[in-house]
Design a protein around this ligand. Sequence first.
Ligand code: BGC
Length: 264
Amino acid sequence: MITLNIKNMGRFDNKVALITGSSQGIGAACAVRLASEGANIVLNGRHNDERVEAITKQITDMGREAKFVQADISDTNNVIQLVKDAIAAFGQLDILVNNAGVENNKNFWEVTQEDYDFVMNTNVKGLFFGTQTFVNYVKDAGRSGVVVNMSSVHEEIIFPHFAAYCASKGAVKMLMRNLATELAPLNIRINNVCPGAIATPINKKLMETPNLLNNVLKNIPMEKLGQPEDVAAVVAFLASDDAKYVTGSSYFVDGGLTYHYEEQ
Ligand code: BGC
């Protein structure tokens, strides 16, 4: 006999989620989506501004609580403190969405050490030590936990002129696979979500430049950009108990971009 769970609302009742980089784009959509299903949210960004205020209001209007912790994910000490503050904010932390990420569009031969460090420190090092802080908390508290990393289609496919970004997402792929095995005995699941071209601030230039946009759309069988909410829906699935047997996987949310091929 199969038991159907068709009740989505409330999947995160009594849960707390920290979403890094949640003042805009995919992170903001994840925050609102998880709150809509019952979670209290720790928001994070480099600046506490009117965007944070708007998302906080949206969450409190749904009857959930949101607290903001300012931190720069490219600074390891900052990120460790962020996770500690997030735990303290509600006295528990169940879900970590490692969403914050940056990219840098330059020819490989022009990339500076500063460019490289900014991308790798945010996308890899910050994620690494933020996750480690969360894991130590879950382990010491004898709780369970879920980690969802915002990776990219570029953990798998190339992205010319974004060498550091590709290197960072390839690292996040292998880190996630490695941790899935290492953390399973601690009751911690970890998976990657891999967005393709999504209508977010990171793609502002792309969206404002018609010939760039058309080139991208030619690579997408669905012939459109994705929305932040499309990504948040998959994050919510992976963070929920619906995915209780899912760990060590990458989920592509890309309108078919990654594995498209056509001869005529
Ligand atoms: C990047 C975007 C890019 C998309 C598809 C994402 O990971 O952040 O800039 O448009 O991949 O290539």
